[in-house]
Design a binder for this molecule. Structure first.
Ligand SMILES: [Zn+2]
Length: 222
């Protein structure tokens, strides 16, 4: 993607997300005419009112700056040229051919990242590491799917769970019988029987018997 493509995509997302801001913000831009609903689904504050205030404070200068940019690109006001974001989007190739774009791309990127957070579209970290690479933190993206930026992959929570189990097994992790039961999804008694049948050896970790998870796996072939 060229810089211009990135800016265009950011503008498109801004246009899509703007209606998720409170109605005050939305109507200010003339982008939507939806009814007043302070209890929107996506909130960043502890209450709808707090969210509305936060959004207003944080988008005020942004709106002013976007207006200045639009004016530089010959926007003649809402009545003649329509909503600012749609105007900027339509004018992008025209402006890129005439002006240095550094300021515009910076401003749009900043607006994009602010509105992304304000409307709840920013990925949330989960605190869990990725089962694929073991490194990066997983982020919650759309539809509660989990994303790893290092692997450049998105997985369902079920896939992540299955992969995490597989990774633990493959890594020869030491676990207690109880932990093995939880990870393998089997009753602790089954694990107990398997230990006896396979005559598995244990290691004492802080006085507790630990077994190799790989050896406890149902399909394990010694
Ligand atoms: Zn990863």
């Amino acid at each position: 993607m060229t810089d211009l493509d990135i800016t265009r995509t950011q503008l498109e997302e801004l246009i899509a997300w703007w209606p998720d801001l409170t109605d005050h913000q939305a109507t200010l831009y003339g982008l939507t005419g939806h009814s007043v609903d302070m209890a929107g689904v996506r909130t960043i504050g502890s209450s709808p009112v707090e969210t509305a205030v936060l959004q207003t404070l944080r988008t005020q200068t942004l709106i002013e700056e976007l207006e200045v940019l639009a004016a530089e690109w010959a926007w003649r006001g809402f009545r003649l040229d329509g909503p600012i974001l749609l105007f900027l989007h339509a004018r992008l190739p025209w402006a890129a051919a005439r002006y240095p774009m550094d300021h515009a791309t910076d401003l749009i990127a900043r607006a994009h990242s602010i509105v992304r957070v304000l409307t709840g579209h920013a990925p949330r970290p989960t605190g869990h590491s990725c089962p694929g690479c073991g490194k990066d933190q997983l982020l919650v993206v759309e539809d509660e799917r989990l994303r790893c930026d290092t692997c450049d992959l998105t997985r369902t929570p079920d896939e992540v769970l299955a992969l995490t189990r597989w990774r633990l097994i493959a890594n020869q992790t030491l676990v207690t019988r109880k932990e093995a039961a939880e990870i393998l999804g089997e009753p602790e008694n089954t694990i107990k029987q398997r230990i006896r049948r396979r005559q598995l050896e244990y290691e004492l970790v802080e006085g507790t018997r630990h077994y190799n998870l790989g050896d406890l796996n149902k399909n394990h072939v010694p």
